[in-house]
Design a protein around this ligand. Structure first.
Ligand code: HEC
Ligand code: HEC
Length: 456
């Protein structure tokens, strides 16, 4: 009955049904995000404890294995660390402003693109496309989620940004994304959100003199706006950069609040920690437990996908096939050069961090063969909900991902960090079944997971 409803019902009905089912005890809600569970938990079989495996042997783990399983649990996720480069990262007024800006297509010249165009809350902040695409033009990469991304040291598949606020600036000026200019966006925000802006950042500059602050000016490649930018006085450019950076800092204050929720796996890890096999067998089928065993064991997945977010935060080349007609993507070996050069990086004049706080950037490894064709290890929470996969969206489903790990072809250029697994069909199925247990609605106040009501 539940799946029928999920397929056809409107959001309001869904919420009502979810609440009624939970109230009657038919569906386990979990402690977080229960109100929106119906929206995010749209496929059957992930809901919560049901009738699972009666075979306790499937849930027999050594002490070392139980330690490893516990290390993946969301209970081990530390509280969100402050971002020293963003002084307003935890300011509630900045969260509210950033929330509005994340959904505001006014930050694009044709008023059609916002962050939420590609990072859609109802799709775990992804877009379901192979390559991000707006105005019928593909971008070169696939849209990753932003859920839980605030724990990263590096942003983008190639890590060419070192903070969430610096990252939030780039799409606004990319011609294949928002396609705007920083001067126009600064003016837009100061005219539409002046009091909110000033409550966070203090008195705003006056940008009304278009002879000093042209309508469209930015250091973007090969367009009139870049000429206009070059002709501006150095000091005026800095004024605009400052407002632009503040726009990024507000958006980051919002997006860093979108955290992963507690999944069925986390309940299992809790039971595993105290070796409660009855509880474990209520939570996981024998197949799911087998998948977990392969994930932390023979599959060596935790070499890279480890910790509560299932990523070690580093970059690896895993020898992915090239999509037809596309050129080799350098990945991290270019990303390092770009982040060091970025005027909005941790060491730059728009960062709020002291130099000592920029540890990652100061000790970055810029060159090395292992960086060629390497991409950021993505977290795997909610992975079942965010197909297609990889930086180039090359795999349409988890079966295709697992086939790749089974074959692990050599990379060219660069070298692959994988070894072929050659899992049987049943093992591959189990691995997939385990990955499906990692889904849960994002953990954030429900109002942050949708477009804010207009306040004016
Ligand atoms: C046209 C679609 C599109 C729009 C619009 C867009 N993004 Fe993205 N986003 C992407 C793609 C594609 C990537 C990966 C690009 C890459 O790695 O080179 C990405 C990457 C990111 C990342 C890095 C995630 C990670 O794993 O490191 C964050 C954070 C992010 N976007 C936030 C935003 C914000 C904030 C906005 C609005 C200012 C925005 N995006 C607008 C498509 C989009
Ligand atoms: C050597 C490090 C490494 C190992 C070992 C590894 N992965 Fe990955 N994984 C990566 C990297 C890097 C990516 C992204 C690659 C890219 O896009 O170029 C990735 C991507 C993925 C994705 C796609 C996620 C997404 O959102 O696009 C899945 C699923 C995945 N890995 C599962 C696994 C499983 C299951 C195992 C064990 C069988 C495993 N990985 C082992 C490094 C690794």
């Amino acid at each position: 009955m539940r799946s029928l409803l999920v397929a056809g019902a409107s959001l309001a009905l869904l919420l009502l049904v979810a609440v009624v089912l939970m109230a009657t005890g038919l569906v386990g809600g979990g402690s977080i995000g229960v109100g929106i569970r119906g929206v995010f938990d749209s496929s059957p079989g992930k809901g919560g404890p049901g009738l699972r495996s009666g075979n306790p042997a499937a849930h027999r783990w050594s002490e070392a294995e139980r330690g490893l399983i516990a290390s993946l649990s969301i209970d081990r996720l530390p509280s969100l660390p402050p971002d020293p480069s963003n002084a307003v990262g935890d300011n509630p007024d900045a969260v509210a402003l950033g929330h509005a800006l994340f959904f505001d297509s006014g930050l694009s010249p044709d008023r059609t693109v916002s962050c939420s165009t590609c990072h859609q809350p109802e799709r775990y902040y992804t877009d379901g496309k192979v390559f991000a695409n707006v105005r019928n033009v593909d971008t070169p990469r696939h849209t990753p989620t932003i859920v839980g991304i605030a724990y990263s040291d590096w942003y983008y598949w190639d890590g060419r940004k070192d903070s969430q606020w610096a990252q939030a600036l780039a799409p606004q000026e990319a011609s294949i994304e928002h396609g705007g200019t920083r001067t126009a966006h600064a003016r837009y925000v100061l005219s539409n959100y002046l009091s909110q802006y000033e409550s966070v950042f203090g008195p705003a500059p006056d940008l009304s003199d278009t002879s000093r602050f042209p309508e469209e000016a930015a250091p973007v490649e090969g367009v009139a706006a870049s000429v206009a930018w070059e002709e501006m006085a150095e000091e005026d450019r800095k004024t605009v950069n400052r407002v632009f950076a503040n726009i990024g800092k507000s958006i980051a204050a919002y997006s860093r609040r979108i955290l992963p929720g507690r999944s069925r796996f986390d309940d299992y890890a809790e039971a595993a920690l105290v070796n409660d096999r009855t509880r474990m067998s209520e939570l996981f089928s024998a197949e799911e437990a087998e998948g977990l065993r392969l994930f932390i064991g023979e599959g060596q997945c935790t070499d890279c996908h480890n910790g509560p977010l299932f990523t070690n935060g580093t970059f690896h080349n895993i020898g992915l096939p090239l999509p037809e007609g596309s050129k080799f993507d350098q990945g991290r070996s270019l990303g390092t050069l770009q982040v060091v050069d970025d005027m909005f990086n941790c060491l730059g004049e728009y960062s709020d961090a002291k130099e000592e706080a920029c540890v990652e950037l100061r000790f970055i490894k810029i060159e090395g063969e292992e960086l060629v064709g390497a991409f950021k290890v993505p977290g795997l929470r909610n992975v079942a909900e965010t197909a297609p996969y990889m930086h180039n969206g090359i795999f349409p489903d988890l079966e295709a991902v697992i086939r790749h790990y089974n074959h692990a072809p050599p990379a060219f250029p660069g070298h692959s960090d994988l070894v072929p697994l050659a899992f049987t069909e049943a093992q591959s199925e189990a691995l997939k079944a385990f990955m499906l247990t990692l889904s849960a609605p994002p953990d954030a106040p429900p109002e942050l997971l949708r477009q804010p009501e207009s306040e004016d």
